[in-house]
Write a protein that binds this ligand. Structure first.
Ligand code: NI
Length: 177
């Protein structure tokens, strides 16, 4: 297991559409272990495989308490492969997001308030959950990475996009997300 380098915005590998995962087993398990090491080392709430240069439809997310989002409710630790998202209503809401590939910045992004996500885990067990709020936001952010979309590409109000240290000075300055 090892911490991998996280690609940063501007790297064309972050703009690709990811391929479905077809091969399950030890190699995939090792990749997922590296992704958790990498996410935890960066105090991330989630990580998508394309962020470490692996062009597969694989995301991980979850935390009990997150230093980067201290007010966020806990989200179960999840491995989600070949995901499908279905909004459960037309309603969207704005909320601030950061991204390990866009360090030091935060922006307000509109997301579906509630959605269903489906896919499989690394044991090919089906996952099907209906979620809302921050959980729904995290899933949408991570799955966007599988379509080559970074959160700044979804910002509508650029007056609510800026440096974390300026907009959220109460957050730990060592968390340079
Ligand atoms: Ni991200």
């Amino acid at each position: 297991m090892s911490v991998r380098e996280i690609l940063k915005m501007g790297d064309p590998r972050l703009l690709r559409v990811a391929e479905p995962v077809r091969q399950f087993g030890a190699e995939l398990d090792a990749l997922i272990a590296d992704m958790f090491d990498t996410m935890y080392a960066a105090n991330g709430a989630g990580l998508a495989a394309p962020q470490i240069g692996v062009n597969l439809q694989l995301v991980i997310f979850g935390f009990k308490q997150n230093q980067r989002y201290p007010d966020a409710p806990q989200v179960p630790e999840t491995v989600l492969i070949n995901p499908l998202l279905t909004p459960l209503s037309e309603q969207q809401e704005e909320g601030f997001e950061g991204c390990l590939s866009v360090p030091g910045l935060r922006g307000s992004v509109p997301r579906w308030t509630s959605l269903r996500y489906e896919g499989v885990d690394q044991l090919q067990q089906p996952i099907r959950r209906e979620v809302d709020g921050f959980h729904a936001r995290v899933v949408q952010h991570e799955v966007d990475h599988l379509h080559g979309i970074l959160y700044p590409m979804r910002i509508k109000d650029f007056s609510r996009f800026g440096y974390t240290a300026v907009m959220f000075p109460e957050l730990d300055p060592d968390q340079d997300d």
